[in-house]
Write a new protein. Structure first.
Length: 156
């Protein structure tokens, strides 16, 4: 079993089945030794698990962080489907996170920390530390609260 999968399970997570694209794109693409992913949503059991804006009356930063974690798990699932083994990841390069934000909500970085912190827990600081952008937006596909994309470097 993959060391990364074992680590996920030890942390109480499991890698979901890869999510099928909801439009005309591929979930992940390998160019040289880099894997680029499309935006991944917090989909669980075929449905958006976290909908609506973060930072308003009904969704807290903690809810957003959980959505970011689920987006990350879906993203890692797509990478795993493409390269066959998450142990081939030698560096997480960049994470971009989009948060459907209530007006005057400025804690997008804290929401995206849900995914960033999990990456470091899974891969350790040497491989899991990454560059990042955390962006607040008005709308996301399917009324999702968070969307993530990732770039990773892989071994041959």
């Amino acid at each position: 079993m993959s060391k990364v999968i074992e680590k996920l399970e030890k942390l109480g997570y499991s890698l979901p089945a890869p999510i099928k694209p909801v439009a005309s794109y591929v979930p992940a693409l390998k160019i040289g030794n880099l894997v680029y992913t499309s935006g991944h949503l917090p989909i669980k059991n075929g449905k958006i698990a976290f909908e609506g804006e973060i930072g308003g009356l009904y969704s807290s930063i903690e809810v957003g962080a959980e959505a970011a974690k689920l987006c990350l798990l879906n993203t890692l699932s797509s990478i795993n489907a493409l390269i066959g083994d998450l142990d081939k990841i030698i560096q997480v390069v960049k994470l971009t996170g989009y948060v459907k934000s209530a007006q005057q909500f400025y804690s997008q970085p804290v929401v995206i920390n849900g995914a960033s912190d999990l990456l470091i827990e899974i891969f350790g600081p040497e491989i899991g530390s990454h560059t990042r952008a955390a962006i607040g937006v008005n709308e996301l596909p399917l009324n999702s609260s968070v969307e993530l994309d990732l770039i990773v470097q892989v071994s041959d």
